[in-house]
Design a protein around this ligand. Structure first.
Ligand code: NAP
Length: 235
């Protein structure tokens, strides 16, 4: 890996939007530090990595210790210029049906996991007086959907956290970008749902390209929030 390239740490990098984002950042010449829990799926990312731009760093973001160790491992060797908080899970159940275990898992992954990675990179970003934090949120922060209470709570919680963070870190030239996508065709949905709605759903590559474009903008501006929906509207 060429240490001079910009370095992008992507969580949830082995599937869906994260996997597409790895490819898009590689295509514009960045190094990518790819994290997720399933190592076999992560290793597949490097199959066509002819320029050695992808580093594999297994990490469970719900574990603060694991996040800190992973940050230390990456930053001991490479410069991290951008963190993409993309790891996420959902639970399509009503409040009545949701178990406490499911609630804990969604909050620990989507909300606390993202806060842990932000806390890990922030001292480094302050030190270099720059850096970009991109959070992959969801259209549930804009509109109310039933059977998504805990998912909505996790994404709205992170939206609030990130907006405060953005104001606090402007003075360090750190950009905080919230990406708010509508329904996108990824394995987070059941196969049946994807087959039924594939024409309507956005594709993960489109979301990935938006993130690359926001990252590449000049340093003295920040695209604060990006809301994207399928052209025919929400499902
Ligand atoms: N698809 C949509 O319609 C849509 C719309 C709006 C927002 N989003 C958001 O987009 C993000 C990516 O989702 P996706 O749609 O691409 O779904 P996906 O294909 O299921 O990807 C989720 C990724 O998160 C990783 N992950 C889950 N728990 C993790 C943990 N504890 N630690 C580290 N990595 C973890 C998964 O890998 P492992 O299981 O190997 O860890 C996987 O790489 C999520 O934050 C999701 O909420 C999706």
């Amino acid at each position: 890996m060429d240490k001079e390239r910009a370095g992008i740490w992507i969580t949830g990098a082995n599937s869906g939007i994260g996997k597409a984002t790895v490819k898009e950042f590689v295509s514009v010449g960045c190094n990518v530090f790819a994290s997720a829990r399933r190592v076999s799926e992560l290793n597949r990312l490097t199959e066509n990595d002819s320029e050695s731009q992808i580093g594999i760093y297994p990490c469970n973001v719900a574990s603060r210790a694991n996040v800190d160790q992973t940050f230390k491992k990456i930053s001991a060797e490479y410069n991290i210029n951008c963190l993409i908080n993309n790891a996420g899970i959902t639970s399509f159940k009503s409040v009545e049906e949701n178990s406490v275990k499911e609630i804990d898992e969604v909050i620990n992954t989507n909300l606390l996991g993202s806060i842990y990675t932000i806390k890990a990179v922030l001292p480094h970003f302050i030190k270099i007086s720059g850096g970009t934090i991109i959070n992959v949120l969801s259209i549930v922060t804009e509109k109310t959907f039933t059977n998504s209470s805990v998912y909505s709570a996790s994404k709205m919680g992170l939206l609030g956290y990130a907006r405060v963070l953005r104001e606090e870190v402007r003075k360090y030239n750190i950009r905080v970008i919230n990406v708010i996508p509508g329904v996108t065709e990824t394995p987070i949905w059941t196969r049946e749902m994807r087959e039924e709605n594939s024409e309507r759903m956005m594709n993960p590559e489109s979301i990935a390209r938006l993130m690359v474009s926001a990252f590449l903008q000049s340093d003295n501006l920040v695209t604060e929030e990006i809301v994207v929906r399928p052209i025919q509207g929400d499902l």
